[in-house]
Design a protein around this ligand. Sequence first.
Ligand code: ADP
Ligand code: MG
Length: 260
Amino acid sequence: MKILAIANQKGGVGKTTTAVNLAASLAELGQRVLLADLDPQGNATMGSGIEKRTALPTVYQILLNQVSVREATLRSGPGHFDVIPANRELAGAEIDLVNLEQRDLRLKVALEQVTDDYDFVLMDCPPTLNLLTVNAFAAAQTVLIPMQCEYYALEGLTDLVATIKKVKQRLNPNIQIEGLLRVMFDPRSTLAQQVSDQIKRHFGDKVYDTVIPRNVRLAEAPSHGLPVLAYDRQCKGAKAYMELAEETLKRAGLTAREAA
Ligand code: ADP
Ligand code: MG
């Protein structure tokens, strides 16, 4: 079971879009996928076609050891993957966990119950470097960082890389950066090209070959509770996320299977 955290402490950079659509695309390639929503906004939950208001229990009860992963897991019908939902209740987790033992390791320990059930666990992190993100990094083997090729994109990464380093020293010596994913990319923008080149110089082969273009279908799909594959499988965004899933499999040394 490969566990990836999808993180960037900036909001609106495509974390949730990447989490939902990579989950659906890996499932399309026959992988058994669990998507864990760690953001109190619950966008990954909704985007997977699950009503977050009624979806109880959530990852919050898992973190408090009140339910097991299996008890909280729901099925994304349109996505063909499993989901641990989140909703606003999770916003209180930081405070509720603070005095508990092993508060950084709650998610890691919980996911050990399902090691044999999935090929991939994707964790959609909130736009902050808080206790929820630290729980994700403690559980993860790798971190996938979506980024827009904007002027301040690289500066924004400094804090994220520092947090990953701290977690590596304290909690999870094996954590690595899986890759930097260029998202909402506009090939006609000179600035985007320049920043993209800069990212490649800086991070070398840590940068995914796959580039996710700006595509309105990707922004429309969540309002229907659908991953883009189920909304418009021919659009550029759907094809790009399929390519990302193939590249992710290749990097993990895995091959596609007949979808179940
Ligand atoms: P985050 O989870 O990092 O806050 P989201 O995935 O929610 O970011 O994306 C922020 C907004 O941008 C959403 O409205 C989403 O639909 C839109 N979006 C994300 N990726 C793309 C893309 N490649 N093309 C067009 N719109 C996108
Ligand atoms: Mg999000």
